[in-house]
Ligand binder design. Structure first.
Ligand code: ADP
Ligand code: ZN
Length: 308
């Protein structure tokens, strides 16, 4: 019987689920990904993967971490803790993701938002190593943000919804009304991948780097980051998600943030080293699932099963 700790990670996304087993970035022993269909089918595939991996390893997983799309209920005292709650994704409202997995596999489960998970992973192994206050944003099908303040993952009332902040929107220069079903022209409504596609009539990945879409995109993201910098004072900002595969956005966003702040935030990373301040995830496309493994490690630690 193998007794070394072994962790399961689930990145539960609205488009796909990614499952992995391992202990750290250099030690991912198996990975599986499948599209997010019905809760029943998607959770069954997840359970099949983890059961199979337990059999292969000849031992039970020490803990599982779940980094999920949301909104989710993170309050351990709530009767709906571990549920996906008011998501606009059809069929996924009020789904007991954590309870089902814990019940079926009978191991400790660490749970957080997808972006808090990714932030934790980046803090442990990636672009935010050694920092205690930073944020991670994904710009993809939606926009979400998470992070740490003073070494603690940001929770609170529910959890941050950084994608739904309101930013200035000039309907004269950008008549697109926004795609958010709740707010129309919030940040997500103006700057997510689907918003870019709806505004310009072409999928974001097919717009050339010199298309006007990108200066507008960088402008909206710079406005948002300026707000986050003023509110949270992050020591670094990590930007991931499909839209940020457009690497040319980084220098535009960095210049935009400096312009909007006008030298008011007197910190070297912002004034002189903005290229190292607003950065892509060091864990790349694996930030999500590695974040889930990081959540599993924390859960095991809390349960007294392993050192963190
Ligand atoms: P999800 O948010 O669903 O987990 P992604 O982060 O890949 O997945 O985001 C998907 C969105 O990103 C889509 O709207 C897609 O058009 C956009 N996207 C994907 N790849 C690129 C790319 N290379 N450049 C710009 N936009 C992209
Ligand atoms: Zn919104």
């Amino acid at each position: 019987m193998n007794t070394a700790p072994l962790y399961g990670g689930l990145e539960a996304g609205g488009t796909k689920f990614v499952c992995a087993v391992g202990t750290e970035p250099q030690d991912i022993r198996a990975e599986a990904r499948f599209p997010t269909t019905t809760p029943h089918e998607t959770i069954r595939k997840t359970l099949d993967f983890f059961r199979e991996q337990q059999e292969l390893a000849g031992s039970r997983l020490t803990a599982i971490g779940i980094a999920s799309f949301g909104p989710v209920d993170l309050n351990p005292a709530s009767p709906t803790f571990g549920y996906i709650t008011s998501t606009p994704k059809a069929g996924w409202q009020n789904v007991d993701l954590v309870g089902t997995i814990r019940h079926e596999l009978n191991v400790p489960v660490g749970f957080d938002t997808d972006v808090n998970g990714a932030a934790l992973g980046e803090g442990l192994w990636g672009a935010a190593r050694g920092l205690d206050t930073f944020i991670y944003l994904t710009i993809g099908t939606g926009i979400g943000g998470g992070g740490m303040v003073g070494g603690q993952i940001i929770h609170g009332l529910l959890h941050p919804e950084m994608g739904h902040i309101r930013i200035p929107h000039d309907p004269q220069s950008d008549p697109y009304e926004g795609s958010c079903p709740y707010h129309g022209d919030c940040l997500e409504g103006l700057a997510s991948g689907p918003a870019i596609e709806a505004r310009w009539g072409t999928r974001a990945e097919n717009l050339p780097p010199d298309h006007p879409a990108w200066d507008l995109e960088a402008h909206y993201l710079a406005l948002a980051l300026t707000n986050f910098i003023c509110v949270l004072s992050p020591q670094r900002i990590i930007l991931g998600g499909g839209v940020m595969r457009q690497g040319h956005l980084f220098p535009r966003i960095q210049a935009g943030v400096q312009k909007l702040l006008r030298g008011y935030i007197r910190a070297r990373p912002v004034l002189e080293k903005i290229g190292e301040y607003i950065v892509p995830p060091a864990l790349g496309e694996r930030a999500g699932v590695l974040g889930a493994i990081a959540l599993a490690r924390r859960a095991a630690h809390s349960a007294g099963l392993a050192t963190y």
